[in-house]
Design a protein around this ligand. Structure first.
Ligand code: GLU
Length: 283
């Protein structure tokens, strides 16, 4: 799986960008912007299996809101979508690929929090999600995370190195109720085959799996956390953070942000068009 994940690199194909590509922009020498623009290649870690946010299509092209956010940043650097090199960044490996400089940034449903900020910096947030549960359509027992305590035989699936995988622990009757995989598509498969009775992660990720489930899955209960999505970059790269924030602000003003949403996650039923959240100071 790891070997496959590492091998899974490639360009964005013939996809189009929401934002107009800047014509030969100039940047201060030595900045990440100058370095990336001069190599003509932006390396971005995304999810490969999350419909609506980051998904590698069978054709090899990449789709999703995170992919579109990457294109908006690339456009400001004067780079076309096909000049982005996407690679898979599963939840537990995001800090690692940034620290090892395998990518210039990670746009992968990546919640900003203090633990992660000890290792990487974040631009954004560009979206705020919330943790929720997904269950089988005919399930009327697991109606909220609290129902996991009263149904101790029920198993819930999440992903290693994710915030929902940690948060759910306090709702369990026993630790054996939690099943952890490296990616969410494996949790969706386990729900389909009845090995687990619930999947937990961010509402918008779950909505993508519900939409792809042929009516087999549904969301249960309300969202019970706030997950502000940031763009992970090398720790302390304040100029790059500010550049990305400027691109987000411009995209929100021009309508490119809304277009990016509407053509991806926004197609999923129930996912409302967001406004760009207030950006956090770069550090
Ligand atoms: N946003 C949460 C996180 O960063 C869950 C989604 C994910 O694992 O990518 O951990």
């Amino acid at each position: 799986m790891l070997a496959l994940a590492l091998a899974g690199c490639g360009g964005a194909g013939k996809s189009t960008s929401a934002a107009p590509v800047a014509d030969k922009p100039t940047f201060a020498v030595g900045t990440t912007m100058a370095n990336v623009a001069s190599t003509g290649k932006l390396r971005v870690g995304i999810k490969f299996d999350q419909p609506g946010f980051g998904k590698q299509a069978l054709s090899g092209s990449y789709e999703g809101f995170d992919v579109e956010i990457a294109k908006i940043v690339a456009a400001g650097l004067g780079l076309k979508p096909e000049q982005i090199e996407f690679s898979e960044a599963p939840s537990a490996r995001r800090e690692e690929v940034i620290e090892a400089k395998k990518v210039d940034m990670v746009v992968a449903t990546y919640t900003i929090n203090d633990k992660r900020k000890a290792r990487v910096s974040f631009a954004g947030p560009y979206y705020v999600a919330g943790q929720q549960l997904m269950v089988a359509k005919d399930d009327n027992k697991l109606t909220s995370p609290d129902a996991l305590k009263t149904n101790p035989d029920a198993k819930v699936c999440s992903v290693t190195g994710s915030t929902p995988g940690e948060t759910i622990k306090k709702y369990l009757a026993n630790p054996n109720q939690l099943v952890l995989f490296d990616v969410y598509s494996k949790c969706a498969d386990a729900l389909r085959t009845g090995q687990v009775q619930a999947v937990t992660t961010d509402n918008v990720i779950l909505l993508g799996f519900v939409a792809d489930s042929n009516g087999k899955f549904k969301l249960a209960g309300d969202q019970f956390t706030q997950e502000p999505y940031g763009i992970g970059i090398a720790k302390g790269d304040v100029p790059f953070c500010q550049f990305i924030d400027d691109q987000l602000t411009k995209a929100a003003q021009s309508g490119d942000y809304e277009k990016a949403w509407k053509t991806t996650a926004g197609k999923v039923e129930g996912a409302k068009t967001p406004a760009l959240p207030p950006l956090s100071p770069c550090s």
